[in-house]
Structure formats: structure tokens, C-alpha cells
Design a binder for this molecule. Sequence first.
Ligand SMILES: [Zn+2]
Length: 199
Amino acid sequence: MRFVAEPVARLVEEFNKLPGIGPKSAQRLAYHLLRSSDEEAKALAEAILTLKEKIKLCSICFNNTDCDPCLICQDKERDHSKICVVEKPSDILPLERTGKYNGVYHVVHGTINPAHGIGPEKLKIKELLARLQNGSVTEVIVATNPNVESETMAMYLQKIITPLGIRVTRLARGLPFGAELEYADDLTLGQALENRRDF
Ligand SMILES: [Zn+2]
């Protein structure tokens, strides 16, 4: 990159770190910004800064939010007796898009992975159990991604939650194994949610 001015090279390098952005796209984006107006470039920089400044985790469900509790947890129209457990905040969006779910969520932030030293204690699982203590929750829907690690976590959750007398369900098969909720199409995901089943 020695023929490229340092600030451009630096931006290319940063864009290149983003998912789905290869070196060529990174270059294209950097040069695009260089050509755009000062206002446009500033607006992008500011949006990125605000994102990191303003977005916190909801103290109830651990979703990303700029208010606490988050809008979903605050919503009285939603069915608070159902909690849908997801691995990461970005999994909530596709589930919401299906329009088939009116309960609330709990983001555990990861999945159990003993090979990488991630046990249940590293995830927001005790926080989930705390939410189940007051007896108002009747169903926990485990909406983890269909892969081996997530399967381990789903079984673990089922094992610790069922004894509390709470129904534990999971998304129906239909989502291809190895798929990510984030990228599932609305119809398939909506069906998987509607046809959810007991463990
Ligand atoms: Zn929340």
C-alpha cells in the first residue's frame, strides 16, 4: 500500500475488517468516501461513533438498546409470559420480521463451546434463570442456530428450565442445519416458529 496515501490505506484496512468486505470493496468504499462531500463523510463517522456511545445492553433481556429497558421489554402489548432465547442481538430482527411472535426475548450472547472454554457461566444464562423465578413465565422458546454448539446449549437450557415447571420449546426443523437465523428467509423462520415443538 506504499503508493496509497496513509489515511486512505488506513480506511481501506478498517473496511477490510468488516464482514463480507474484501480488499477490493474496501478500496471502492474508501475512494467513494474520498469523493463524497465533507458532510456525507462526517455523517458516516458520526453514525459510527453514536452507535458505540449510545447503544447499551437492556438490563432485562440484554438486547442492544438506547433506552433501558429496551422497547420490546417496555411494550405492554407483548406477551411477557413467553421468552424467546437467542444467541445474539442480531437474531431478534429476523424473528420480529416473521410477524409470528409477540413474546419477549433473552439474548445469552454466545453459545456453549467447551473447546473454546465457553461454559454456561460465561453467557447470560443465570440472568435468564433469574427472570424465570417469579412464576410469570410459562414458555421458553429456544431459538438457537441449527448447528452442533447451539444444539448443546439448547439441550442444556432444556435440562435446567424444565424442572422449574416451565414449558421449553424449540424452533421446528425446516431451517437447514448449519444455517444462521440472521440469514433465514422470513417464511421458513415464521413456520419454524409457529410449528415450534417441545423437547
Ligand atoms: Zn429488553
